[in-house]
Design a protein around this ligand. Structure first.
Ligand code: UD1
Length: 339
C-alpha cells in the first residue's frame, strides 16, 4: 500500500489518525519534534494497534534534515500534515514563531513532494478560516474572513500555498480538512489530549476541573444572542475526525478526487452551547461541575457549526459518535492519566 508519513503524529489528532491508518492496513512513519507531545504516545498507539509505527524525531524547520528524510524514505505515497503550533493567544504574542513553525515547514514538505512522481497530501486546517460566518450552517463556499490571529492566518495562508502549488504541480493532489471543535479520546483511554499547562479549550478544562486540578470552570459569557446565551460550537469526536483523514487520503490515492485541490468541513453538523456541553458532561460522568459565568473572552465568535453535506456525500464520511460519547471518552481519559 505504500508508506504514509504523519507529521505531528504524536499529537492529539495525529495519534488518533495513526491508529486508524494502521487499523486500515497502512504502514506509517511519524515525524514529530516532541515540542508539544510525549514519546509515550508511541506506546499508547502500539498497544492499541499491536504495531509500533516507525518514529523519526525531527524538527521540520530544519530544511536539510527534511530533504534527508525524503531521500531515505522514497516509498512515501501520502502525507498527513498535522505538525504545527496551535495556541491562539501565544500566536498573538509570538507571530513569527507561528509563521516559521506553520508556514516554512509546509513549504519544505511541499518542495519535497514536488520531486516525487505522485503524492497525496492532507492538510490540517480549521473552521477558524470562516471567522463568524454570515450564514449557518457553514458550507465550504462560505467566504474566508480576515483571520483573528496569526494562528488562524497560518491556516488560511497554508491553504493558499497548497492550492497554488497544486495548480502547477500536477503530480500533487491535496485536501484541506477544516475541523470544527475536536474533542474526546480513544475508547481504550490509551491515547487522548495532553494539554500543556492550563488548558485553553473547553473540554480539557472541564475534565481537569472535575478531577480537581482546576478549581472552577469559567464560562465565557451568557449574554450572546443564542438560546441560552452561551456560545455555540460543533464538537466532533476525535476518532470520527481521525477516520475522515483515512477516507480523505484514500480518495486521493484512488484518484477519486474531483480536482487536485479540495476542501472539506469536518463537523457533526450539530451546534452545542457551552451549557449543553456542561450538561452532557454532568450526565455521562454523574458529577456536578463547579462553574461560574464570567465575562466574554475576547475574539470568541458567537456560533459556528458545519454544513456536513459535502463531506457526507462526496467524501462518504459522516460522524458516528455524539457529544455524550465524546465527553464520556474524554472523562475516561482524564481519569486514566491521573491514576
Ligand atoms: C479555539 C480557538 C480556535 C481554534 C480551536 C481549536 C480561540 C479564540 N479560538 O476555538 O482558533 O481553532 O480552539 O480547537 O482560542 N469556553 C469557556 N470556558 C473555557 C474555555 C472555553 O466558556 O475555559 C468556551 C468558549 O468561549 C467557546 C467554547 O467554550 O464558546 C469553546 O472554546 P474552545 O474550546 O476554546 O474552542 P474555540 O473557541 O471554538
Amino acid at each position: 500500500m505504500g508508506k504514509i508519513l504523519v507529521t505531528g503524529g504524536l499529537g492529539f489528532i495525529g495519534s488518533h489518525t495513526v491508529v486508524e491508518l494502521q487499523s486500515s492496513g497502512y504502514d506509517v512513519v511519524i515525524i514529530d519534534d516532541l515540542s508539544n507531545s510525549s514519546i509515550d504516545v508511541l506506546d499508547g498507539i502500539s498497544s492499541i494497534t499491536g504495531k509500533k509505527p516507525e518514529f523519526v524525531k525531527l524538527d521540520l524547520k530544519d530544511k536539510p534534515k527534511v530533504e534527508d528524510f525524503f531521500k531515505t524514505h522514497s516509498a512515501i505515497k501520502g502525507v498527513i500534515h498535522f505538525a504545527a503550533s496551535k495556541a491562539v493567544g501565544e500566536s498573538v504574542q509570538e507571530p513569527l514563531k507561528y509563521y516559521e513553525n506553520n508556514i516554512s515547514t509546509l513549504v519544505y514538505i511541499l518542495k519535497e513532494l514536488q520531486k516525487l512522481p505522485s503524492a497525496s497530501f492532507i492538510f490540517s486546517s480549521s473552521c477558524t478560516v470562516y471567522g463568524q460566518a454570515d450564514t449557518l450552517p457553514i458550507t465550504e463556499n462560505a467566504p474566508v474572513k480576515k483571520a483573528e490571529s496569526p494562528y488562524g492566518n497560518t491556516k488560511q495562508i497554508g491553504e493558499e500555498i497548497i492550492s497554488d502549488t497544486c495548480n502547477v504541480s500536477k503530480n500533487l493532489k491535496a485536501i484541506s480538512l477544516r475541523y470544527f471543535n475536536p474533542i474526546g479520546a480513544h475508547e481504550s483511554a490509551k491515547i487522548g489530549e495532553l494539554p500543556i499547562g492550563v488548558p485553553q479549550n473547553l473540554v480539557p478544562f472541564i475534565t481537569q476541573t472535575a478531577i480537581g486540578i482546576r478549581e472552577q470552570l469559567s464560562v465565557f459569557g451568557n449574554d450572546y444572542p443564542t438560546p441560552d446565551g452561551t456560545c455555540i460550537r460543533d464538537y466532533i469526536h476525535v476518532v470520527d475526525l481521525a477516520k475522515a483523514h483515512v477516507i480523505a487520503l484514500e480518495r486521493l490515492l484512488k484518484n477519486d478526487n474531483k480536482s487536485n485541490y479540495e476542501t472539506f468541513n469536518l463537523g457533526t453538523g450539530k451546534g452545542s452551547s457551552v451549557l449543553e456541553v456542561i450538561e452532557s458532561f454532568e450526565r455521562v460522568s454523574e458529577k456536578k461541575l463547579n462553574y461560574k459565568i464570567v465575562g466574554r473572552r475576547e475574539g470568541d465568535i458567537i456560533s459556528a457549526y458545519a454544513d456536513t453535506k459535502k463531506a457526507n456525500e462526496e467524501l462518504g464520511w459522516k460522524a458516528q459518535l455524539n457529544l455524550d460519547d465524546a465527553l464520556r471518552s474524554a472523562w475516561k481519559w482524564e481519569q486514566t492519566i491521573r491514576e
